[in-house]
Design a protein around this ligand. Structure first.
Ligand SMILES: *Cc1c(COP(=O)(O)O)cnc(C)c1O
Length: 238
């Protein structure tokens, strides 16, 4: 339920995050237009998330495919990003709704997206998720796997490789998170020449509520921010 306080609260949260993004960009000597805020809406209902549109936040992400499908059916005018694990049997429905998939972590999934995008006559933007933190349970390609994956990309017509995605280890210090993000940027620079247009590695999706300033310092172009946008909401919606 949306009460009287929710709308101004979201507005304040968006303003505060935009200010922090602006000062981190300034500090890094970067232009704010290079950094896209993607609102991760998994903590709230579609009607609360819809309040973001009035603040100009129109790129949204979900980590669970089904929740993305549900919200995409309820709210119009959103550019959707899937940021969590995607099983191949959910590719068809997912790409009906979303333009970006950040969390591609296997060649079989790439192939499934390519095939299904072809059937639906769509171009789907894809980021390769890279596992850098050393935690056993994390999704993502290992660094060693990537050159072979990139070598096969020229055959893809219906998906576009656009960049890389990673997550810092859970509870990492600010310095550890920044080191992970620096590593992703360096890998991007190393691997980018291995791709032929239209595939490229221009996007770096990294940085969440606790570490987006570190990510901006290391060249993030897409921030995935959830908690900080919905801070202060009551329990039912948060
Ligand atoms: C939940 C989630 C986010 C947002 O995290 P916050 O810490 O709430 O900003 C970003 N990326 C992924 C993959 C997520 O699952």
């Amino acid at each position: 339920m949306i009460d009287d306080k929710t709308k101004p609260l979201i507005k304040d949260n968006v303003r505060r995050i935009r200010d922090r993004i602006a000062s981190a960009c300034n500090k890094a000597g970067r232009n704010e237009s290079e950094v896209k805020l993607i609102a991760i809406t998994k903590y709230v209902t579609a009607d609360v998330a819809a309040l973001l549109l009035a603040q100009g936040v129109t790129s949204w992400g979900e980590s669970r495919p089904q929740l993305l499908w549900e919200k995409a059916k309820q709210v119009q005018g959103v550019e959707w990003h899937l940021v969590g694990h995607l099983q191949r049997n959910k590719v068809a429905e997912t790409i009906q709704h979303c333009q970006w998939i950040h969390s591609v972590d296997s060649e079989r999934l790439l192939q499934a997206i390519e095939t299904e995008a072809g059937k639906q006559k769509k171009i789907i933007n894809v980021l390769l998720e890279i596992h850098l933190s050393g935690e056993a349970a994390k999704q993502g390609f290992t660094v060693e796997e990537i050159p072979a994956v990139l070598a096969k990309c020229s055959s893809f017509q219906n998906l576009r490789i656009q960049g890389l995605m990673t997550m810092a280890a859970l509870n990492s210090t600010s310095q550890a998170a920044q080191a992970t993000f620096a590593q992703l940027r360096q890998l991007r620079d190393t691997w980018n020449p291995l791709l032929q247009p239209p595939h490229k590695l221009s996007e770096l999706s990294m940085g969440m509520t606790n570490d987006f300033e570190e990510a901006i310092a290391e060249g993030a172009t897409m921030l995935r921010i959830g908690s900080a946008l919905f801070e202060g909401l009551n329990q039912e919606t948060h």
